[in-house]
Design a binder for this molecule. Structure first.
Ligand code: DX5
Ligand code: ZN
Length: 220
């Protein structure tokens, strides 16, 4: 069976106490820390850059999954890898020479992911799937935490899983946005491997318990 991994997104964490917040999800055996990078251009919001990723890398041994919601991500790939990114995910909608970018990320020793906005079909990745370590299905329009899950995303995950089985590819399927205890089991059954959750975990009164609950549901 394919791996099932929980990737808490620190977008909704309390940044006045980031190391404690990360400790809480480590206690829940979270698998990956998801870092949402927004530049105010590709998406209408702004978060943080390589300096914060580097700080996060110093306070955890968990792999860092860096989701680049920025214009011209090619210019910053080196900086994020130097900061400690294990996965670099770029958006299909922003990168013109996607094959080149994927190969570049891998040549630098990181794992390469490509994200699809809710309006972007899975077919757009047909020519690069065999080179990818991860495909990120955005289940909300990127930019903000706490949005409602778009149901169509489940069909996209199932379609990707089907292609993966047919062709024997081994990329991970990741989902991001609107994940909570009421939908995560269905998403897992559709073939998803990596589950990003921000507000469900970090806006909870008990961060560790919220993450444990999601971890249990993905493995059901
Ligand atoms: C949205 C980000 C997500 C965000 C998800 O643009 O890519 O990673 O943190 O937040 P929730 O889990 O609250 O929908
Ligand atoms: Zn994200």
């Amino acid at each position: 069976a394919k791996k099932k991994l929980l990737a808490p997104s620190i977008l909704s964490a309390d940044f006045t106490n980031l190391s404690q917040q990360i400790r809480y999800v480590e206690l829940a055996n979270a698998d990956i820390i998801h870092c949402d990078i927004m530049d105010g251009h590709f998406v209408p919001n702004f978060t943080f850059g390589p300096m914060v990723v580097e700080a996060v890398n110093r306070i955890t041994n968990l792999p860092l999954d860096v989701h680049l919601m920025i214009k011209n991500p090619d210019n910053l790939i080196d900086k994020f890898i130097d900061a400690g990114a294990d996965f670099i995910t770029v958006h299909q909608e922003e990168v013109v020479h996607l094959h080149r970018t994927i190969e570049y990320i891998k040549s630098k020793g990181a794992k390469a992911g490509v994200a699809l906005n809710p309006s972007t079909p899975v077919d757009t990745l047909q020519e690069v799937l065999e080179y990818l370590d991860m495909v990120l299905i955005m289940s909300v329009n990127p930019g903000f935490g706490g949005q409602k899950f778009i149901e169509r995303s489940i069909d996209k995950i199932a379609a990707l899983d089907r292609i993966r089985n047919e062709k024997n590819y081994d990329f991970l399927i990741e989902v991001d946005g609107g994940i909570y205890n009421g939908n995560i089991e269905r998403i897992s059954k559709a073939g998803c491997n990596v589950f990003v959750a921000g507000s469900t975990i970090f806006c909870s009164d008990n961060i560790t318990a919220a993450a444990v609950e999601l971890k249990n549901l993905i493995n059901k």
